[in-house]
Design a protein around this ligand. Structure first.
Ligand SMILES: Nc1nc2c(c(=O)[nH]1)N[C@H]1C(S)=C(S)[C@@H](COP(=O)(O)O)O[C@H]1N2
Ligand SMILES: [Mo]
Length: 359
């Protein structure tokens, strides 16, 4: 198997400490299931190196029992499930929002996303074994082994999503044990939700009557209107980013590509959280006219992206390609990053535009 430094060398690295990196978009489009070494890495702190022999997951269902599981315990006591799902950072495509006005955070292109076959046990099965507290508006709070500004990483999801059949405690990605940077030995996978709600390197989880108080949950990953600044932001007023919105990106050709006149293959992905992508429009002229792309729907993967492709016959000159998708509710994407700009640069879903030149 490759080493972490070999895998780093394949990616576009935004930062080393914490380690954040994304693949070039052409490579992302190469296979429906993203190879683990081309899968983006988003980390807020250190990459913990955990020893399977001593690793345990503590589970507190909130009903007075606390259970502890080793990895073999989880595998032996619960049925195994595999879910093909897309993981995406709420900051995916932040670079486009940053072009409007400054935003905080790494300037991700459209590669802070990937799709894997996640294998593990259902979080709901584990919680039921531990006994789930009775009550309304409950949340499952996770705590991890990495340290972010003096606190362990932590986040939470509503209990209803934790009990949904697609939500896993995963120990494998594309059939192999999780790599260290993707959460070895066990992470949550919460399909359709922003990546932040899928904690890696799990240590503990607890059912409680309020969202996690961890700064990652209570302070970060909130969506604000455009007039709110870093100075005026009140996290209790921000919208907690859980379910991800409709988005699409052109993976090929690359930005600034120089092409020969004639038929050009334009290819990319579209993704819609827990909805289906029903249509993808591609423009060769910045959105003045559109053609419909062919969709490569995958059966049985409602939480995974849809690959699309189209052939455009482009004359010599400078062109702006653009893509926009439509979801099962008939919604489409805003034309410009200005429309949804926010100071944290989250949920950039405007038409993805790629300038190319043709000779
Ligand atoms: N423990 C822990 N879990 C984490 C994070 C982290 O920094 N620490 N980052 C989250 C964020 S913001 C994202 S987008 C995904 C990224 O998962 P990946 O690195 O496997 O692609 O992990 C999430 N889980
Ligand atoms: Mo993220």
């Amino acid at each position: 198997m490759s080493s972490l430094s070999e895998r780093k060398a394949r990616l576009i690295v935004h930062g080393d400490q914490p380690y954040n990196a994304e693949p070039p978009l052409g490579r992302l489009r190469a296979s429906y299931r993203t190879s683990v070494q081309d899968f983006y890495v988003r980390s807020h702190g250190d990459l913990p190196a955990l020893d399977l022999k001593i690793w345990r997951l503590t589970v507190d269902g909130g009903a007075d029992t606390t259970l502890e599981f080793s990895l073999p315990d989880l595998r032996n006591r619960f049925p195994e499930f595999t879910v093909t799902a897309t993981m995406q950072c709420a900051g995916n495509r932040r670079a486009d929002m940053r072009a409007v006005a400054p935003v905080s955070g790494d300037p991700w292109e459209a590669g802070a996303i990937g799709t894997a076959e996640w294998t593990g046990v259902r979080l709901g099965d584990v919680l039921r074994e531990a006994g789930i507290a009775e009550g309304m508006d409950l949340h499952v709070a996770f705590e991890s082994h990495d340290t972010v500004e003096g606190h362990p990483y932590g986040a939470s999801i509503p209990l209803a999503k934790a009990l949904a059949p697609e939500t896993l405690l995963a120990y494998a990605m594309n059939g192999e044990a999780l790599l260290p940077e993707h959460g070895f030995p066990v992470r949550a996978v919460v399909p359709g939700f922003a990546g932040v709600r899928s904690p890696k390197w799990l240590r503990r989880l607890i059912v409680q009557d309020h969202p996690s108080n961890n700064p990652i949950q209570a302070g970060d990953y909130k969506l604000y209107p455009p007039h709110v600044t870093a100075e005026t932001a009140d996290p209790t007023q921000g919208h907690t980013i859980d379910l991800m919105p409709l988005n699409a990106a052109i993976c090929e050709p690359a930005r600034e590509a120089a092409l020969k006149a004639g038929v050009t293959q334009v290819r990319g992905y579209a993704v819609a959280g827990d909805r289906a992508v029903v249509c993808v429009d591609v423009s060769g002229n910045g959105g003045r006219s559109w053609v419909q792309a062919d969709l490569e729907h995958q059966a049985g993967s409602p939480f995974a992206w849809t690959f699309w492709s189209v052939e455009l016959d482009l004359p010599p000159g400078e062109h702006e390609l653009a893509v926009r998708a439509w979801d099962a509710a008939g919604q489409t994407q805003p034309a410009l990053p200005d429309d949804t700009w926010n100071h944290k640069g989250y949920l950039c879903t405007c038409w993805h535009r790629v300038r190319i030149s043709v000779t």
